[in-house]
Design a protein around this ligand. Sequence first.
Ligand code: CO
Length: 620
Amino acid sequence: MDRKKDSARKIRFTDTSLRDAHQSLWATRMRTDDILAIAETVDGAGYYSLECWGGATFDVCLRFLRENPWERLRRIKEVCRKTPLQMLLRGQNALGYKHYPDDVVDRCVALACENGMDIFRVFDALNDPRNLETAMKAVKKYGAHAQGTISYTVSPVHTVEKYVKLARDLASLGADSICIKDMAGILTPGAARALVSAICAALPEMPVQVHSHATSGMAAAMYLAAVEAGAGCIDTAVSTLSSFSSQPPAESMLAILESEGYATDLDLKAVGKENAYFRELKSKRQPASSRKVEPVDAGVLVHNIPGGMISNLRSQLAQQDALDRLDEVLEELPRVRKDLGYPPLVTPTSQIVGVQSVMNVLSGERYGVVPQETRLYAAGYYGRTPAPIDAKLRKKLVGKEIKPIDCRPADLLKPGLAAAAKELDPSLIKAEEDIISYCMFPEVALGYFKWRAKPEGERDPIPADAEEAQSASAPAEKPAADPAEKAFADLGRALAGLVRASLGGEIPANAAALPAAPVPAPSSAAAETEKAASQDAGGTLPAGTPVTAPLNGTFYRSAGPGKPEVAKEGDTVKAGDPVCIVEAMKLFNTIKAPCSGKILKFTAVHGSAVQKGATLAIIG
Ligand code: CO
C-alpha cells in the first residue's frame, strides 16, 4: 500500500469473498469446507489480504452451521500461507453486539493472532476512539497489523476536518493503516477524493484503504477517485460474489485501474478460477430471498438509509400491522438521527435509530415510547455521540432509572474471563477459544458446545441450505437450563435478536412466526389463573384508567428473571412511574402510568402477546 503519486503506483486488492461478500449476498452461509476447496487458488491470486473472519461469520458458524469459527480460521491459515488473513473487529464489541471487558477483548485478539489472523480492521459504530483503544493496543501487542477505521457517514457534523482528526487519533493509537469504511455505499467519488487527499496530506506515511458496497451504484467510481487521491488498497469480491449490496467486482476494478496505468499483483487467471468456483457454489448457498434483490438501490442516493435497514423497518412495521406507515417512518428517521447526535447507521446504532423512528410514528408521540437501548445510548453507554444530544431531550430520553456516564463505557465493566470460565461446564470446553466464543454469544455458544458434545450419530443434522438453517436452528437457540435466566441477561441481547434476524435474511413478516421471546414465567398454575382472570376480564374489571400497550408486543411484569416486578397490584403510583414492560421489535419498553393512583389490577398475562391498545393494567 505505498503512496507514490505516480501512475505506475501499485494498487492492492483485499478479497472480501470469504467474509463481507457472502455476508452481504448469501446470508453469511459459506461453510469452512466451501472455503477450503478454493483456498489455495485464492491464496495464489495475488491479493493483498483475504478478509475471512468477523462478528457475523463467527456468529453464524456457531449458530447455524455448527462449526467452530476458530477452527475455520486455523484451517484457512493452514492452506493460505502467502496472503495475509484479515478480519473485522468491532472495537470494544469485539465479535459481538455489546461492550466487553478489556480482558475479554485483549484475549480475543491474542487468540485470533495465535490462530492465524494477520490484519485487524478495528472499527466503532460511533467513531469514539475510546472504544477502539483496547482492541488497537492488543493488536499491536500481539504483533499483528492494526488497521484503524473511519466509519463513514454523512451529516453536518461529519466534516473532512473531523475525519482527519479521527485519522490522527487512530494513528496515535498505533494504526498501521487506515480504512475508510463506507458500509452503506454512500461515499461519493467527490467526497472520497476530498477525504483521501486530506488524510494523505495530514498523515503522509499512512497507507489508506477504502471499503464500500455497490448498493447505490457509486462504489467503482468512488474507488477510482480514492485511488487517484492516494488510496493504495481497495476491497473487492470476485464478480459472482460482487455488486448488489456486496463489494464491486475485482475483475472490473482491475480493468479500470490498469486502463489508468496503475500496476496490480492480481493474477486474472486465478481470479477467474476462484470466480468459476463460487459461481457453481452460488446455487447451493444463496438464499432464495436474496435472488430477487434489485441490482441498484437508488433510494440510498436520496435518503442515505442503507437498504438492509429499510427491509428491517419493513419487517418491524409488518409485525405491528402498520406497513402502510413506512413513508412516515422514512421521514421520521433523519429527524431521530439528528436528535441522537448523527450516529453513523451501522450496528448497533442503525437498530436504535430505526426502532426509535418506528416507535415515534406508531405511538403518535415523538419519544413517547423510548426503548431501553435508546435510553442507554443517550446516557453514554455506547460511547460519545458524534454531536451532543440536546440537554433537555437527553434528560427525557435517559429517564430516571439510568445514570448518565461520561467515561469510556468499558471502564464500568469488571474483568469477564474468569467469571465466564466459572460459569461453563468444564466437560463442554475443549480450548480457551471456547471461553471467548461463550463471552461473545453465551447461548449460541452453549448450544453449539452441547451439540458438539453429543456422539456424532445423535447430533441434529446440519441443515443443507440457508432457509432450512434458519428454522432448524430455532430449538437449539433455547438454552436447556432455564430460558428465563437468559431472557433479559444482557443489554446486547435485544440488539442481537435484531441483528440475528438480519443475518438470517428476511424477518418473517408476521409476528406469530417470530421465535417467541423466552418467558420468565410465573408458576404455570398462577399463569393459568391469571389467564382465566384476563379472559373474562370484560365483566370483572375494576373501574379506573387503563394502562394500554403502545405497540403490538410481549407483556412483562419484571425486567428480568430474579428481578423484582416493576410494580405490584396495590402499589400507589404517580403519573409517569413505571408500571410494566412491553417488548416490541426486540426492544424493551417501560410502560408508564398515565395518571396517579393505585394499581388495581394487571389485566394482561406476564409473557403473553399483547396488541396495540390492549389494556395491561387498571389504575384507580
Ligand atoms: Co462492508
